[in-house]
Design a protein around this ligand. Structure first.
Ligand code: GLV
Ligand code: MN
Ligand code: MN
Length: 428
């Protein structure tokens, strides 16, 4: 391959903190929740608006920008080599309900900053660069996370889009159609093997390890899997005054006992490392003078061990069945989403760690308890996650915060890693 023109002194090129602060501010103006934080859930008009805003910035860099049928926004910077697989990088712009301003956003902002530095320095890479903003990572509304990346990786079918529903019974397909997306073209979203050689995602840690160790960068080795269940408890509604205590089938009392059982299971020594949470209870009719007749619970189980993850979910369903039996209520448990744990690429982690060393940034290897688009992209490309610190470990709450200086370090690592990976891939 012909040698490339020499780059400028790469180590002197740094992310611009003022620019990063301005991007964060503009994105945070979309979807503020009048109650608290940001509610910019996947497949909402707010998520689309945020994609359009950032897509506009990428267009201003002279990059062709396209939105695929499921709503992933992508910007491509051509490489100098013919037919080379892309180096892809990015994250998501959707949030949970009452979420923060940094989860996902930081990775998108770092992607734009890296593309901006590429443009400013007239950098030439052999491989095309693919900036990606994934649609609907959180699964806040539909339970299923990483919809955009799963579509890219070929892990979603049209049947899934018709099956997966939100709490009001609206299917993913209907939600997509209502905002102008094209579920029937799902197959065109899927990337071929070889389309991307590597994928990198800058993300906030969502824990307190980096902060407590005053370490600016975490390089993720393994990402937790997640099994999510919807459990419906069917009891008997009735008058709170007229129904004697022995004659009741109180769905909420059963749900409360199941909730404590879920906690007890994850605290037991056999499940050390498992995390299990009842994060959502919908009580019907939810009236002070009516015994709850039905409760819908949502349970999220996380683990780094895929076998133990599924075992825990199964055992939760079994224990819930026993509690329901004893209390004379019905229970119906359904798995609504299941994402496997993933070990990320070692060669990519090594390349990024060398970059950290050269930039003079301390780093550590660490697992990720939260799920990420990178863990899905790992099925079609080598994948890496670059963590930056989270203040007090707060995440999925309005208090989520990371300093612009730390985000800039993440963007520096991303930018330099892209150039390094371009070299590594060319020489392998
Ligand atoms: C993504 O934020 C997750 O819930 O892990
Ligand atoms: Mn995220
Ligand atoms: Mn999240």
């Amino acid at each position: 391959m012909a040698s490339l023109p020499k780059r400028q002194d790469e180590s002197a090129i740094k992310a611009d903190q003022a620019r990063i602060a301005d991007m964060l501010r503009q994105i945070a103006e979309i979807g503020p929740d009048p109650t608290a934080g940001i509610s910019r859930v996947g497949f909402s008009s707010e998520e689309r608006e945020a994609h359009e805003l950032v897509g506009g910035w990428l267009k201003n860099l002279g990059l062709p920008v396209r939105v695929d049928a499921i709503g992933n926004t992508m910007a491509t910077r051509a490489g100098a080599g013919p037919n080379n697989s892309a180096i892809a990088f990015g994250s998501h712009l959707d949030s949970v309900v009452h979420g923060g301003r940094f989860d996902g956003i930081v990775g998108v902002v770092a992607m734009v900053e890296a593309m901006t530095l590429m443009a400013e320095t007239h950098a030439t890479t052999r491989h095309p660069l693919q900036g990606v903003i994934f649609a609907c990572e959180e699964g806040a509304r539909f339970g299923e996370p990483c919809i955009g990346s799963k579509a890219i990786a070929g892990m979603l079918t049209e049947g899934d889009l018709a099956r997966i529903r939100d709490a009001d019974g609206v299917t993913l397909e209907q939600a997509m159609l209502s905002i102008g997306l094209r579920p029937s073209e799902l197959r065109d979203v899927c990337w071929d093997r070889g389309d991307a050689a590597a994928f990198l995602e800058v993300h906030i840690e969502q824990g307190r390890i980096l902060e407590s160790e005053s370490c600016p960068i975490g390089l993720v080795d393994v990402v937790s899997g997640s099994t999510r269940m919807r459990m419906t408890i069917s009891g008997r509604a009735g008058h709170t005054g007229g129904t004697p205590m022995p004659n009741r089938a109180d769905a909420l009392a059963a749900a409360a006992e199941i909730t404590l059982e879920v906690e007890a299971l994850a605290n037991a020594p056999t499940y050390r490392g498992t995390r299990a949470t009842v994060g959502c209870l919908d009580v019907y009719p939810n009236k002070i003078t009516t015994i709850p007749g039905r409760v819908e619970m949502r349970i999220d189980v996380r683990d780094f061990d895929s076998d133990r993850l599924r075992r825990a979910a199964r055992e939760i369903a079994e224990r819930a069945g026993a509690i329901a039996n004893r209390r004379g209520v019905g229970v119906d448990a359904e798995v609504i989403a299941d994402t496997s744990p993933v070990v990320l690429s070692m060669w990519l982690r090594r390349a990024v760690s060398q970059v950290c060393g050269e930039l003079g940034f301390d780093y550590r290897f660490m697992p990720s308890g939260a799920g990420h688009d990178a863990q899905i992209m790992a099925s079609i490309a080598a994948a890496a996650i670059i963590f930056v610190p989270s203040k007090d470990g707060a995440s999925h709450v309005p208090e989520e915060w990371t300093s612009v200086a730390d985000i800039a370090k993440g963007a520096d690592v991303l930018y330099q890693s892209i150039l390094r990976i371009d070299d590594v891939l060319a020489s392998s």
